[in-house]
Write a protein that binds this ligand. Structure first.
Ligand SMILES: NC(=O)c1ccc[n+]([C@@H]2O[C@H](COP(=O)([O-])OP(=O)(O)OC[C@H]3O[C@@H](n4cnc5c(N)ncnc54)[C@H](O)[C@@H]3O)[C@@H](O)[C@H]2O)c1
Ligand SMILES: CC(C)=CCC/C(C)=C/C=C/C(C)=C/C=C/C(C)=C/C=C/C=C(C)/C=C/C=C(C)/C=C/C=C(\C)CCC=C(C)C
Length: 590
């Protein structure tokens, strides 16, 4: 049972308590239902807020309808995940009037947070890219800046500590040289291959980082970038259809090292390196050293509440408890939405932050699935959901210097992609102690799990299964990392794929698309326009895929394309037709 590396963290001091300051918060609300196991006390749903903060914008049941047909609003955004909020705030910053409709009680979707007994838990994981103050890829910082917000962040001295089969332990240091030195020390015979693979990632990352990032579906911008940075754009075009595993195999022969690179990719794409687009791999494998991983003080949910505040500051609106059930079409064009309470809202454009499966399968259920979406579903399947365990533990169980993020795969590389095979663990309180009562830490544990395992159970069987699976995971962590873990638990909540489906409104609880087979890099991934005039998609089922920074980019792209279509940015209808046609054709090649 190897103890964790006894390294001291140098986390800067943080404010005493994470008191959300958002004015864009729902009124006091509480949800009941599936998905939670508590060690004691009143039953409440995992992922449901303990108490909701002061008045938001508005909760839907307290508000009137608005937006006459044809457009009081320039855009309606369905859902307030980071993808939806970035699209909305970017548009609001360009002068558009936007209405965000969120089904749940708080903003953020899988990047929200919730409170329990003095603990502030991130709904999703806590590894934040894009939060630095340099370069062009700090998209979270930039999104907040666009609406006049800035968050204090705590630099993480590492990205993740891998605990892998054969007792292979690799700490991904913030400093690139330290990481490379550590990796080469484990695989000295592959020094050249390691330098070449990660060097190729840097070549791609530097090209990305040199561009001004806007919509790749807007020709005036795209051709402008090709004109200003031809080499960088050609580099990106060259790697667009390629996958990380193929590039790694050009330079590396050692099977164990290739498996390590699989694990590097798996933690951000839930698939191995052969299925992970090279551009996405390069983005995360380099940004963690360039801008670094930075944790927002007070919890990840602060990003969404700050964006929601910024949106309202810019004169736009967000409504909670607003469950969109239909996109309204008129003469084949999306002109508005209908809520479950029957209210209708109209706008010039509609942007869906629901997954593409939900958008076309539920919100447009009466319409035949467009060919483009059939193509998407042919190339991509829903990535698995997660079993998540949010725990409060006594601080004494963690050795001094414990790292913030861990990835555990004990004995067998073959288990990497299997349900419950590997374990993700974040301990955000090692960076921000204010997230837990004094003398305690938060452990947020998750492992991939499919919805099919959790269907058809009685209430009792469901609760028992959650308890049994969670206990197994906790036992594995106890054995590998933290002896005495079980006895140190003071609070425990377990979420299943059904919990994610219910509270995040995601089809089968999926965390986004994953390629059905071996993809051609990012070539087949749809951008933001859809085959329905006036309807756009944003979020993780759009280019470039899963991840907070990835959906932030999709939000920036979407806002640019929509702004051009409603006259807030330049556009050329002739070039539009050419480029959009070309992109459609390229997708059919994948
Ligand atoms: N880096 C990390 O550690 C980390 C952590 C958490 C999440 N993530 C990523 O964030 C990504 C998800 O972001 P996203 O923006 O695409 O989506 P999201 O799921 O976070 O947000 C979608 C929002 O839309 C709302 N919604 C869905 N259908 C609706 C409807 N019909 N009416 C009203 N509201 C509706 C949901 O309630 C939710 O709030 C995931 O890919 C995940 O990988 C990453
Ligand atoms: C159009 C054409 C055809 C051509 C042109 C060319 C060009 C110019 C191109 C360009 C391109 C671009 C710009 C691109 C971009 C991209 C990007 C930005 C991308 C990004 C990505 C990102 C990502 C993917 C991310 C992800 C992340 C994630 C998912 C994360 C996660 C995490 C986790 C889960 C954590 C873990 C935990 C533990 C371990 C605990």
């Amino acid at each position: 049972m190897p103890p964790l590396a006894a390294r001291l963290l140098h986390a800067p001091a943080v404010p005493a308590a994470p008191v959300p300051t958002s004015s864009a918060r729902p009124s006091r609300l509480r949800a009941a239902g599936a998905g939670r196991t508590r060690s004691a006390g009143v039953r409440r749903s995992a992922l449901a807020p303990e108490k909701a903060p002061p008045p938001v914008a508005v909760a839907e049941d307290e508000a009137g309808a608005g937006g006459g047909e044809g457009g009081t609003y320039d855009a309606i955004v369905i859902g307030s995940g980071i993808g939806g909020l970035v699209a909305a705030t970017q548009l609001a910053a360009k002068g558009a009037r936007v209405l965000v409709l969120e089904k749940y009680l708080i903003p953020g979707g899988s990047s929200g947070y919730y409170r329990r007994d003095g603990f502030t838990f991130d709904v999703g994981s806590s590894v934040m890219f894009g939060f630095s103050d340099k370069g062009n890829l700090n998209l979270i910082t930039k999104a907040l800046e666009a609406v006049g917000h800035k968050m204090e962040v705590i630099p993480d001295p590492s990205t993740v500590h891998f605990h892998l089969p054969g007792d292979l332990s690799v700490l991904v240091h913030r400093e690139y040289d330290d990481f490379i030195r550590e990796l080469i020390s484990k695989f000295p015979h592959e020094k050249e291959g390691i330098l070449q693979f990660y060097g190729t990632c840097w070549k791609i990352f530097n090209s990305l980082n040199s561009l001004e990032l806007k919509s790749l579906e807007e020709p005036l911008y795209l051709f402008g970038q090709f004109f200003q940075k031809p080499l960088e754009c050609l580099t990106l075009a060259y790697y667009l259809p390629q996958n990380a595993g193929d590039i790694a195999r050009k330079f590396i022969k050692d099977q164990k090292l290739l498996s390590f690179i699989d694990a590097e990719c798996f933690i951000v794409s839930t698939v191995n390196a052969l299925q992970t687009p090279m551009i996405n791999a390069s983005m995360v494998l380099c940004d963690r050293h360039f801008g670094g991983i930075n944790y927002p003080v007070g919890g990840v949910g602060g990003i969404a509440t700050s964006l929601a505040d910024g949106l309202v500051d810019k004169g736009s609106e967000i409504r909670y408890k607003a469950n969109v059930t239909n996109v309204i079409l008129k003469n084949g064009k999306a002109v508005g939405v209908r809520l479950s309470n029957g209210k209708e809202f109209f706008a010039k454009t509609v942007i869906s932050n629901a997954t593409r499966w939900d958008t076309f399968g539920k919100l447009l259920k009466d319409k035949e699935l467009p060919v483009e979406e059939k193509n998407f579903q042919k190339n991509y399947v829903k990535a698995p959901s997660f079993l998540s365990i949010h725990m409060g533990v006594k601080a004494s169980v963690l050795p001094a210097g414990t790292d913030c993020h861990h990835f555990v795969l004990e004995d067998d590389w073959n288990n990497l992609e299997k349900p419950y095979g590997s374990i993700f663990l974040s301990i955000p309180t090692v960076l921000d102690p204010s997230l837990a009562p004094e003398g305690h830490h938060i452990l947020h544990i998750f492992t991939t799990a499919g919805i099919e395992d959790w269907e058809g159970l009685s209430r009792k069987e469901y609760e028992q299964k959650k308890e049994a699976v969670a206990s197994g995971i906790i036992r594995r962590l106890e054995k590998k990392l933290f002896p005495g873990l079980k006895d140190s638990i003071v609070l425990k909540e377990v979420g299943s794929p059904k919990t994610h489906r219910r509270f995040l409104a995601r089809n089968d609880g999926t965390y986004g698309p994953m390629p059905r087979g071996k993809p051609k890099g990012l070539l087949a991934m749809p951008f933001n326009t859809t085959s329905i005039d006036g309807l756009y998609c944003v979020g993780d089922s759009c280019f470039p895929g899963q991840g907070v920074i990835a959906v932030a980019f999709s939000g920036i792209m979407c806002a640019h394309r929509v702004a051009a279509d409603i006259g807030l940015e330049q556009k050329s209808p002739v070039l539009d037709a050419g480029l959009l046609g070309l992109l459609r054709w390229l997708r059919t090649l994948a």
